[in-house]
Ligand binder design. Sequence first.
Ligand SMILES: [Zn+2]
Length: 298
Amino acid sequence: MRLGDERESGNFIDDTGRGGGLGFGGGGGGLGCLLPLIASRFGIGGVVVLLVGYFLLSSLGGLGGGGGGGIAPTSQQVGSTTGKSTLDPTSKHFTLQVLADTEDVWSKLLQPKGINYTPTQLVFYSESDQSGCGAAQSAMGPFYCPDDKRIYLDTEFFQELSQRFNAPGDFPEAYVIAHEVGHHVQDLMGTLGQAEQLQARASETEGNAIQVKIELQADCYAGVWAANAKTPEGQPIMEQGDIEEGMRAAEAIGDDTLQRETQGTVVPDSFTHGTSAQRMNALRTGYQSGSIDACKSL
Ligand SMILES: [Zn+2]
């Protein structure tokens, strides 16, 4: 990616120096409404368990909010750092440059639709933290919480991307951030609210299918962002090979691939994020069209 002296976004909170956080069960709030990048995995005694996920989550809180319950989100000021930050300066700089670029692109793309883009805030944390949707844990991967309109990111996930998921490079990291920003765009456009209403009447399988559409659209939005992202000089920030790197990441985090790796079998009814092929296709569609309208809705 061509990222030079672009501005950094100030819409962040650095909670990495917080030390420990509450962890699970800290406030009894459950998982609430969060929207993760990948189907949630929690290590239990060394065994990685794939949670069937979303329907369970939605039954506790719903996509669009309400009832996340019990745990107050982090109350720090935007742009502030709690305690002694443990954040890698390079990851921080990169993440905030990408975030700033998403702010520029989405402000421009949403304006013709009559939507004033209010930026999301990105919370950096280490290991665990509290979100408006309940406890945040690194094992969950990055996620967006509609209740506090924040993205929660443990930048250790970037290492996991390159090592465990074998998707090294800068664009896979940007894709992760842009996917979560995509959920914020869905939130602003009312799509998350619609999904919540549909899910309230749906069976578990149907609820999962709605969730898959939401996730694929967020992948598509990540592609739309990438296609429109420019340096201050007006050059595309995407360079040769970047989208291929992203495709490798999208492939690695498809539900079928993850399920095959972690449980040995594939259960399509339990998919919450789409197959590897679907995720790659969604990212590609967004990137090739550069248009928000090319991203399938519910
Ligand atoms: Zn997602």
